[in-house]
Design a protein around this ligand. Structure first.
Ligand SMILES: [Zn+2]
Length: 169
């Protein structure tokens, strides 16, 4: 279903070796070790827990317009799941903001998407609109809990802005 390819700028990448529908787990990763802190290769599991996972999960590129999402799995790591149909030969990628609250992984993004944000941007660094879009596609349990527990001003409903202000006071 998937294989390893090589990209001039990104190095090793993961490619679809056949057409894959949306909603398919293409990789179920396992924990390879704990990272002392966030780095280019770690995936965030909790506020202060950063994992190294096995390959090919470790290799998935960042894209600002991803065809995969992450889903916490039974091994304490992540499954990677298609969020739209992909064609044979397509590069498989997820938005690093689906797992990372802040991202240090990609300083200059070359995803080529019209939505490109220029680098890999962590979830907490995204706009409300971008956060909502990633939540719709799927984010880690850790980020979903953070997202659902964080009051946000909603401009269309003034009282919610007021409620958010009161929480801060
Ligand atoms: Zn990009």
């Amino acid at each position: 279903m998937i294989g390893i390819g090589y990209h001039d700028l990104k190095g090793r990448v993961v490619l679809a070796t056949e057409a894959i529908p949306s909603g398919v787990v293409v990789c179920s990763s396992r924990i390879r070790g704990l990272a002392p802190e966030r780095d280019m290769y770690s995936l965030q599991k909790e506020e202060n827990v950063h994992l190294y996972i096995d390959e090919p999960g470790q290799i998935f590129s960042h894209s600002c317009d991803p065809n995969l999402t992450v889903r916490d799995n039974e091994y304490g790591a992540f499954d990677f799941v298609t969020v739209r149909p992909v064609q044979e030969g397509d590069e498989l990628s997820f938005h690093y903001g689906m797992s990372e609250a802040e991202s240090v992984a990609v300083a200059a993004c070359c995803c080529g998407s019209a939505k490109c944000q220029g680098r890999s941007v962590g979830f907490r660094e995204l706009t409300d609109e971008q956060q909502a879009e990633l939540v719709r596609l799927g984010v880690s349990d850790f980020l979903r809990r953070w997202y659902e527990g964080t009051p946000r001003p909603v401009m269309a409903h003034g009282y919610q802005t007021y409620a958010a202000m009161q929480v801060q006071m």
